[in-house]
Design a protein around this ligand. Structure first.
Ligand SMILES: Nc1ncnc2c1ncn2[C@@H]1O[C@H](COP(=O)(O)OP(=O)(O)OP(=O)(O)O)[C@@H](O)[C@H]1O
Ligand SMILES: [Mg+2]
Length: 459
């Protein structure tokens, strides 16, 4: 596609002369005065404006000012009378690209135009690339505008470029994994891999070989040598999710990689392997407490804890809710091909009242459900999950009017919500988990925890 150029000159002769010389290489428009020029600029996207500084009684500088304020400002080149360098300099200060003096040397002007357009294309490309990178790796995925979230974003930007180990703590669904991704994406390791391991999902033996790999024949079933996650993440970032669940043996091995040696052996091997890996760990447990209970090594805790990011629960940053709702709404409306644009004020109130024990993940699932259930342009109260509707109802006795001492008991609140979800799903754990926006495993764990916490009847 040819670049578009607008020539503005009140002298017909020189205007048409320029048109004739440039027409071969560019799409040329002309205007005889500022008004004509502005109507062209408004109607078409013009890449480059060449204007005489004196347009009859009008000031070409004003035209340039106006052009530069447009949503897609053209590159501006002025034509000045011989000897009026001062005005030319003034115009460049105000944003014009360059100037040519009369009588115009067409070859020089063409070189100038081509250079300007080239620079501009480069800049455009750079901007597009930068945007791509930011969308893919950057902070754009982390939505929210609360002071608490801004603190997290600032921490991310600050620690990303370093090699420091980061520990991300926070309740389920607060966005820990998203933060880990953002740190990797903003680091100079972003060309290498981000490897995530969900530590709680594996038995101690499997976890060890998952992380460090194994040699052939290391244990029954180890038919081939396997390269572990540490090696896979070489040059990049290794994300250890739910690190609180790791057994002590593996804790020792991780400590060695984080220590001066930066090395480990594959399971069943004796060759020491060095890796350059940045470690990010996450947990929804209080690691310090696990340390004091003797369930987590204190030396590993201190190695991990170089920088800690605490993810605030959603109920402590309710300002973020409208932005998150809006973003999830658009996403799911598009995914489901539905014309939903907003929530009724009743539904929105309910969402703002609710406590969101499952945090952003639960909100996301609730909006997804709302979109799927909706039948018009708005999500209504009825489209929201029952748990949200019941507890989120303003003034609802079930959640709000409890004795405050009871309200503070998180475990109780959690088990009540889980019990209700199970009730609604007829005891189906998968459905209940989905409804709550947490994993089945978490439901099972919470059920177990709540059983352990509730003293048997009669005591
Ligand atoms: N600030 C946010 N903006 C947009 N989406 C978010 C935000 N925080 C979390 N999410 C979304 O919520 C869901 C849960 O986030 P994530 O998996 O990072 O949480 P988590 O803290 O790792 O939870 P868990 O402890 O249960 O593993 C994801 O779908 C994620 O994209
Ligand atoms: Mg997670």
């Amino acid at each position: 596609m040819k670049a578009t150029i607008l020539i503005v000159d009140d002298e017909k002769h020189s205007r048409e002369g320029l048109r004739a010389s440039l027409e071969g290489d560019f799409d040329v428009y002309t205007a005889a005065d500022a008004a004509g020029a502005l109507s062209v600029l408004e109607a078409d996207e013009i890449d480059l404006l060449v204007t005489d500084l004196r347009l009859g009684g009008e000031d070409g500088m004003k035209l340039i000012d106006r052009a530069l304020q447009m949503p897609h400002p053209p590159i501006c080149i002025m034509i000045t009378a011989y000897g009026s360098v001062d005005t030319a300099v003034e115009a460049m200060k105000r944003g014009a690209y360059d100037f040519v003096t009369k009588p115009i040397n067409i070859d020089k002007l063409e070189i100038l135009i081509n250079r300007a357009l080239q620079e501009r294309n480069l800049k455009k490309e750079n901007r597009a690339l930068r945007q791509q990178v930011e969308t893919k790796f950057g902070l754009e995925g982390l939505i929210g505008n609360s002071p608490a979230l801004h603190e997290v974003l600032d921490m991310i930007k600050q620690v990303a470029p370093s090699r420091a180990t980061v520990l991300i703590q926070g309740d389920s669904g607060t966005g820990k994994e998203l933060v880990a991704h953002a740190i990797h994406g903003l680091s100079n390791r972003n060309k290498a891999k981000f490897v995530a391991v969900h530590c709680a999902a594996l038995s101690p033996q499997l976890l060890e070989s998952e992380l460090f790999g194994h040699e052939r024949g290391a244990f029954t079933g180890a038919a081939e040598r396997r390269i572990g996650r540490f090696e896979q993440a070489s040059g990049g970032t290794l994300f250890l999710d739910e690190i609180g669940e790791i057994d002590t043996n593996t804790q020792v091995k991780i400590l060695r990689v984080l220590g001066e040696e930066h090395s480990f052996e594959r399971v069943g091997g004796n060759q020491s392997i060095r890796v350059d890996v940045r470690l990010i760990a996450a947990t929804n447990k209080n690691l310090k407490q696990l340390v004091s209970e003797g369930r987590f090594r204190d030396d590993l805790f201190y190695r991990l804890n170089v920088v800690t990011i605490n993810m605030p629960p959603l109920r402590d940053r309710k300002e973020d809710i409208p932005l998150l709702v809006n973003s999830f709404l658009r996403q799911f409306a598009k995914e489901n091909g539905k014309p939903v644009r907003e929530l009724t004020s009743e539904a929105m109130n309910c969402i703002e009242q609710y406590d969101w024990p499952g945090n952003v993940r639960e909100l996301r699932t609730a909006i997804e459900r709302g979109v799927v259930m909706s039948s018009g342009a708005k999500i209504t109260l009825r489209d929201l999950p029952l748990s949200v509707r019941q507890q989120g109802k303003p003034g609802d006795p079930s959640a709000r009017n409890l004795d405050p001492a009871r309200q503070l008991n998180l475990h109780e609140t959690e088990s009540r919500i889980i019990a209700r979800a199970l009730e609604e799903s007829g005891g189906n754990v998968t459905q209940a988990a989905k409804k709550l926006g947490i994993s089945r495993r978490t439901v099972h764990r919470k059920l177990k925890e709540s059983k352990e916490q509730t003293p048997p009847d009669g005591l």
